[in-house]
Write a protein that binds this ligand. Structure first.
Ligand code: ZL4
Ligand code: CA
Ligand code: ZN
Length: 393
């Protein structure tokens, strides 16, 4: 009905399992797996599914999960009983193992299923990139960048991104990881701390004492020892509240261009956390879908095999808008789909303003104060340029 046809000359795959959305972190927890339902409903009501290979992702196996995570941790995740009320994290008596059971990472019904479905989607996406069956592979149920080898952190239990990158490394010599979630991609950075085959680059709000996880300063660039191959292979772009599309796009293009030039990645893993959008329940930036999506478009245009993951995003209607629009970019139909949300979209009334790309005024009323000065942005570019002198040929 919208004339959505397959892109010519390249192939896009969409990896997703509808069973993910059945899971609940708890009544008022900000992470709502249901935003995936909303995303999928927009994608199909625009007819984008006709332009992609659609796969119902299987669950990742125990063996796959323990490719990165410790067996002690995965065994515990697999067998621990659900806990209806989270433990009070501030209570030293609370018995919290592997950082599980507190308010950020509650033990809900079906937790192991949820984690293995998220990881399964990202692993399938990585396999399609490895076999060159896909040029772009999408896993909106993944992107859980805080999970550590031996513990959960910040709503993330299994690090599907690390598992997917490990898969890519079997075929591709160098992988670039880029993270546009409003939080620092600490789990992925830490996992590849000691290798020069993965470069990580996170853009995030940085305020060490007031914003999670508190890491990702400009001068956090990997191991300080020059004898460690991972030295200089972590790039961090710390930002303040209220950054605009214009500033963010400029920073993203400048930084990623410099990285690609020096590091010459053979594949790119892009975490598209939508909590960097204006009006997010946890985020503090002023980005519109257009600005967020221009990062995706820029990566696509590099012509390097690309995996796109989800991640954060706590205002579900805006998460769905961003990820549907970014799916349209992947298949090359962002210019041809109508601005109006299709009338037959399930839960259409959830979108309030009935357009795919609302303005800042529509989202926020009064925009947040922008606390990013041009001088600070120049300093970032200067520092990144200096770090990259140590990288590559
Ligand atoms: C909530 O309302 O900063 C959890 C978490 C649960 C329900 C009711 C419990 C109320 C906001 C957050 C008490 C909540 C106290 N409920 C949470 C240091 C903290 C200790 C826990 O996008 N309290 C921890 C994690 C961050 C902290 C962000 C982002 C993930 C990602 C990728 C993870 N944790 C302080 C907070 C609520 C809740 C309301 C919350 N937690 C906001 N920020 C955090 O990067 C997916
Ligand atoms: Ca980030
Ligand atoms: Zn986040």
């Amino acid at each position: 009905e919208y004339g959505i046809t397959r892109p010519k000359g390249y192939n896009v795959s969409f990896h997703y399992n509808p069973d993910m959305e059945k899971h609940h972190f708890g009544q008022t927890h900000p992470m709502k797996p249901w935003r995936l339902t909303l995303t999928k409903s927009l994608v199909t009501s625009y007819g984008m599914n006709f332009a992609m290979d659609n796969y119902t992702a299987r669950a990742a196996t125990y063996e796959e999960l323990t490719n990165f995570h410790t067996t002690e941790y995965v065994d515990f995740l697999a067998t621990v009983a659900p806990q209806p009320t989270p433990l009070d994290v501030d209570n030293p008596q609370a018995d919290i193992k592997f950082n599980l059971g507190g308010s950020d990472c509650p033990l809900f019904e079906g937790l192991y299923d949820y984690c293995s479905l998220s990881a399964g989607g990202s692993l399938d996406a990585a396999r399609k990139i490895c076999s060159q069956k896909s040029d772009i592979a999408i896993s909106w149920g993944g992107g859980l960048h805080h999970a550590k080898r031996y513990e959960a952190s910040g709503f993330c239990y299994i690090n599907d991104i690390v598992l997917a990158i490990l898969q890519l490394l079997r075929v591709y010599p160098r992988v670039l990881y880029i993270d546009i979630d409003v939080h620092h991609g600490d789990g992925v950075e830490e996992a590849f701390f000691s290798t020069d085959r993965v470069m990580t680059c996170s853009f995030h709000k940085y305020d060490p004492f007031n914003f999670f996880p508190g890491t990702g300063a400009l001068d956090d660039n990997g191991p300080k020892s020059e004898h460690n191959p991972g030295a200089h292979h972590a790039i961090n772009v710390p930002l303040n509240d209220g950054i605009t599309d214009e500033q963010y796009e400029w920073l993203f293009k400048t930084v990623v261009n410099k990285i690609v030039e020096r590091f010459r990645p053979s594949a790119i893993a892009l975490q598209c956390g939508a909590d960097s959008l204006a009006g997010d329940r946890l985020g503090k930036f002023n980005l519109l879908v257009e600005g967020h999506a221009s990062c995706v478009e820029f990566c696509k245009n590099l012509g390097i095999p690309l995996i796109m993951f989800g991640g954060g995003g706590y205002t579900p209607r805006n998460v769905a808008r961003a990820w549907a629009y970014e799916t349209a970019i992947a298949i090359g139909h962002n210019k041809s789909i109508p601005a109006e949300i299709p009338a037959h979209t399930p839960w259409r009334e959830r979108f309030r303003q009935d357009t795919l790309l609302p303005t800042l005024q529509q989202i926020l009323g009064e925009p947040r104060q922008n606390r990013n000065t041009p001088k600070k942005l120049q300093e970032i570019i200067q520092h990144v340029t200096e770090q990259l002198r140590f990288v590559g040929a």
